[in-house]
Design a protein around this ligand. Structure first.
Ligand SMILES: [Zn+2]
Ligand SMILES: [Zn+2]
Length: 71
């Protein structure tokens, strides 16, 4: 049965415009952009931290250069 519609779980990163599997990235809590794991987490260490309850904030927001904070 072909109920696994993988395309639904794929989207494009707002930063690099590359398609990625949603479960590897996510939405930044601050700028609300959909980002791949590279641009959301930046490193595997951060990804683990989120697994332990750290807030999902992207690399740019953490660096203080998000489009939102520039307002
Ligand atoms: Zn990206
Ligand atoms: Zn962000």
């Amino acid at each position: 049965m072909a109920f696994f519609r993988k395309s639904i779980f794929r989207t494009e990163c707002d930063e690099c415009n590359r398609p990625f599997a949603v479960n590897t990235g996510g939405v930044c809590e601050r700028c609300r952009r959909i980002l791949c794991s590279t641009h959301l987490h930046g490193s595997i260490i951060r990804r683990i931290a989120i697994g332990f309850g750290a807030s999902m904030v992207c690399v740019r927001c953490r660096a203080g250069e998000s489009p939102e904070s520039a307002r």
